[in-house]
Write a protein that binds this ligand. Structure first.
Ligand code: BES
Ligand code: MN
Ligand code: ZN
Length: 496
């Protein structure tokens, strides 16, 4: 979808549809007030008749109003004016795009930036409009012989009463880069495991590198062997697909500036291995590479925004399959860090590929390392689909990510990494074991990773509950691309 923001008056706007807000009780938004006057009070009349109450999420479409250039006017209820906040703004956007979806409109002009939203600035409004619009037209139908009806909406104008400031143009550019990054993450996540293999992910990284002139490095299994990545390699043993360790480097900052490293779990299919998963909903384990997808989406967005930062993406990618060569419960392997690990459950494979990637990350002398992983079912039990699990060895970093999540409505909740949990990983035969029992499963998984991240500031996002939706709405969400891009935008603003 194409987005633009400019000064324009709603009554003269040449557009298939002009969209305006009405508060409960019939108060008109500033733009709606203007259009009411030029149309000879047709909006006030309609409200007086009771056809639009202004209740949050209600909509009315009007055709060919006199004194109005646009073919249609869509009125959207905003709820009570004194309660109008972030939540109401989002409800209003959901209703707007649901209504536009039922029309044949190819373009629309939204007059929402003049609405006062409690505690939120203009850049936030622009970001939310763009992300909701992109979400409403997203489809994953490339593999259907006959694609379903395509949504008609292609162009969106954000109309303003005054000439928008440069900051608004920047916000629009950043929001649309974020939407593109989310689309990439969703597309990759939704692809089946027989197409989206580690090799496929490596090709996609290469494509992003070519488009944005980034450095890309793909390590093969023989390279990993030389580096001593036996934890990572233990996961791919049962698979016919070669594992890859993908690195993408974006250098938009000062040469001397240390990079922020994003590490994404790239399990293109997790069957559990010899500790085989139950068959119900096992198809959803194609989504076990959503950490990797979010890292690629974020890096693409960073390049598109041309942020003045150095960002490195590291993606350990593999399948987890059972066969005669597969790792067995009880096997002991030595990680690149030299720590020996007893594999008590081959289904706890994410931490095995991530620990070697975290050791590898130190080579970039990172300022901060953030790993993103669909790591534990326990995190889904703890936080559901609302928030990602957030763990860190530094409270200030956790706070930054928490705030970035709140801003972009891509929430994370700070979970503990206290030492008391570490003993659950004690092994009788190796330095540690790869599972910590049922209690606090997402915490012990994070504790496992923390042992490989002692050298730098580190955070871990467990996105097992937030990366995709199950059931009738099955599909990748593109999360946590909004949180990560916001975090990086904040970082680049801070170094200006
Ligand atoms: N990829 C899964 C985690 C997962 C499970 C994400 C269900 C979303 C939904 C991960 O590799 C895994 O299998 N974890 C195990 C760990 C356990 C064996 C300690 C789990 O959560 O059951
Ligand atoms: Mn698993
Ligand atoms: Zn997994």
């Amino acid at each position: 979808m194409e987005f633009s923001i400019k000064q324009s008056s709603p009554e003269n706007q040449r557009s298939a549809c002009v969209v305006l807000g009405v508060f409960e009780g019939g108060q008109l938004s500033p733009a709606a007030h203007i259009l009411d006057q030029t149309s000879g009070h047709q909006l006030s009349d309609l409200i007086a008749r009771g056809d639009m109450t202004g209740k949050t999420g209600t909509t009315v479409i009007l055709q060919t109003l006199s004194g109005v250039t646009a073919e249609r006017v869509l009125l959207v209820g905003l709820g009570k004016q004194d309660e109008f906040g972030a939540k109401q703004f989002r409800e209003m956007l959901l209703a707007t795009f649901a209504a536009l979806k039922n029309t044949i409109c190819k373009d629309a002009a939204l007059y929402f930036t003049d609405l006062n939203v409690k505690d939120r600035d203009e850049a936030w409004k622009i970001q939310q409009i763009v992300l909701h619009a992109a979400e409403s037209v997203y489809r994953s139908d490339k593999l259907k012989s006959k694609p379903a009806d395509k949504p008609s909406l292609r162009r969106l104008l954000l109309g303003c009463a005054v000439k928008p400031a440069n900051t608004a143009q920047t916000a629009l550019h950043q929001a649309s880069a974020t939407a593109h990054g989310m689309k990439l993450a969703k597309d990759l996540g939704n692809l089946p495991g027989n197409i989206c293999t580690p090799t496929y992910l490596a090709e996609q990284a290469q494509k992003i590198a070519d488009e944005h002139k980034l450095k890309v490095t793909i390590l093969e299994e023989k390279d990993m062997e030389k580096l001593g990545m036996h934890a990572l390699l233990s996961v791919t043993r049962g698979s016919r697909q070669p594992a890859k360790l993908i690195t993408l480097e974006y250098r938009g900052g000062d040469k001397k500036q240390k990079p922020i490293v994003l590490v994404g779990k790239g399990l293109t299919f997790d069957s559990g291995g010899i500790s085989l998963k139950p068959s119900a909903e096992m198809d959803e384990m194609k989504y076990d590479m959503c950490g990797a997808a979010s890292v690629l989406g974020t890096l693409q967005a960073v390049a598109e925004m041309a942020l003045k930062l150095n960002v490195v993406a590291i993606i350990p990618s593999s399948e987890n399959m059972p066969d005669g060569a597969a790792s067995k419960p009880g096997d002991i392997v030595k990680s690149m860090a030299g720590i020996t690990i007893e594999i008590l459950n081959t289904d706890a494979e994410g931490r095995l590929i991530l620990c070697d990637a975290l050791t590898y990350a130190a080579k970039f002398e990172p300022e901060t390392v953030i790993d993103i992983a669909t790591l534990t079912g326990a995190c889904v039990i703890a936080l559901g689909g609302v928030a990602s699990g957030l763990f860190s060895n530094q409270d200030a970093l956790a706070h930054e990510l928490f705030e970035a999540g709140n801003y972009s409505n891509d929430k994370a909740w700070h979970m503990p990494l206290w030492d008391e949990y570490q003993q659950q990983l004690d092994s009788n035969f190796a330095d540690m074991q790869n599972i910590g029992g049922r209690a606090a499963g997402s915490v012990t998984a994070a504790c496992f990773l923390s042992r490989f991240a002692k050298e730098y500031r580190w955070a871990h996002l467990d996105i097992a509950g937030t990366a995709w939706k199950s059931g009738k709405e099955k599909g990748s969400t593109g999360r946590p691309v909004p949180m990560l891009t916001r975090f990086l935008i904040n970082r680049s603003n801070a170094t200006k």
